[in-house]
Design a protein around this ligand. Structure first.
Ligand code: PLP
Length: 379
């Protein structure tokens, strides 16, 4: 048995994306930055795909920058930001690809999370009011990758625009592409990042959207590709496969939402029926259906992940260190959970391709593991 419940980490490439990859790799292998017709044909494919990405969010074509990952796109947005202001106001729940570069380029003011998994808007207001003219950057993700909770982008960005209108707003939409309206998300920010491997595209591609292309300068220099924002020869086949995955994901938003909800609810019902004691972290009614974070009292998450894997079930928790060990999740800690609760929490993530039969089976198995680990005398 092998049941994949780690879709928030990555997804499998779709058939359409894979076929597009092969088609473009075979026919358009030229360097898209050269002079001759083989290069120019590859360049035409690259620009056609850029337009697809730009249109999907209502961005400018020259503000649609291909990178190697959302991590690189966030680094470019933050380290490359042209600002003289010294403060970055960052939600404490951001991915490390935002928190880390922000800490090395700015004085970071972290905004804590509330118990329901959203950013604490009162704390945000206090911070931006106090720092007003010093704020150069505000970053908030659309959907948290550990809890699935959708962030109140409208309210949060209104606060920032009111007190610090000069600040550039970065939106990490990496977990949102299959579920939310991208133009609506981009309407709240100045910059946005997405990552095709999270929506059945290939790994190795990221996109940075810029409303004002002049707001950012390159952090990787060389051949001045990507409107001089990101040097390096583009992987045209992977970008084309990413565009195919984007079109597919956007066509299927309603279906993904509906099917994934069925899978998640079947899983949670199975867990209730298993008799295991558990609690969902964050407000599930504010979350996209693909991610649930679950606290199992008395259970060590590392042990649970190991035993689940032994039974063929792939789940996750927090962020893995280079050593493979688990760090206590900064996201759950920022929501006010104790270290003990955080160490007893795991992330289970679904997709529209998750089968009800397999999620039910996983719930039974995880329930049994939780009962055993939570009650060592029964071992
Ligand atoms: N932002 C969020 C919310 C993520 O979940 C991830 C990946 O886990 C990233 C950024 C980084 O994306 P990439 O794998 O493309 O670097």
């Amino acid at each position: 048995m092998s049941i994949y419940l780690d879709y928030a980490a990555t997804t499998k490439m779709s058939d359409r994306a894979l076929e597009e990859y092969l088609r473009v790799q075979r026919r358009y292998f030229g360097n898209p930055n050269g002079q001759h017709h083989i290069s120019q044909n590859a360049k035409a494919v690259l620009e056609e795909k850029r337009e697809i990405f730009a249109k999907a969010v209502g961005a400018r074509v020259d503000g649609t920058i291909f990178t190697s990952s959302a991590t690189e796109a966030s680094n470019l947005a933050i380290k490359g930001l042209r600002t003289t202001r010294r403060v970055a106001v960052i939600s404490a729940q951001e991915h490390s690809c935002v928190l880390s570069p922000a800490s090395s380029s700015f004085e970071v003011e972290k905004v804590p999370g509330a118990v329901d998994g959203t950013i604490d808007l009162e704390a945000l207001e206090k911070i931006v009011r106090d720092q007003a003219t010093s704020v150069g950057l505000f970053a908030l993700m659309a959907v948290n990758n550990e809890t699935g909770v959708m962030q109140p982008l409208q309210e949060a960005t209104e606060i920032v625009r009111r007190y610090a209108p000069q600040a550039k707003i970065l939106i990490d939409a990496v977990q949102a592409v299959s579920y939310l309206d991208l133009s609506w998300l981009f309407s709240f920010g100045d910059m946005m990042v997405i990552s095709p491997h999270k929506f059945h595209g290939p790994k190795g591609v990221g996109v940075l959207y810029l409303k004002d292309p002049k707001s950012v300068s390159a952090i990787i220099e060389g051949g001045a590709q990507e409107f001089e924002k990101r040097s390096g020869t583009q992987d045209v086949a992977s970008i084309a496969a990413s565009a195919a995955a984007l079109i597919e994901a956007r066509e299927r938003v309603d279906e993904s939402w509906a099917k994934t909800t069925i899978a998640r609810d079947a899983f949670l019902k199975g867990l209730v029926d298993s008799g295991a004691e558990f609690r969902v972290n964050g407000d599930r009614t504010r979350a996209i259906p693909s991610i649930v974070n679950i606290y199992f009292p008395g259970v060590r998450n590392e042990e649970m992940i190991f035993l689940a894997d032994y039974e063929g079930i792939a789940i996750a928790a927090g962020a893995a260190c280079a050593s493979g060990a688990l760090k206590p999740s900064h996201v759950l800690l920022s929501m006010g959970m104790s270290k003990e609760e955080v160490r007893s929490s795991v992330r289970v993530s679904f997709d529209s391709e998750s089968l009800v039969s397999e999620v039910k089976e996983a719930a039974v198995t995880l329930g049994k593991i939780a009962v055993k680990l939570g009650n060592p005398s029964a071992l």
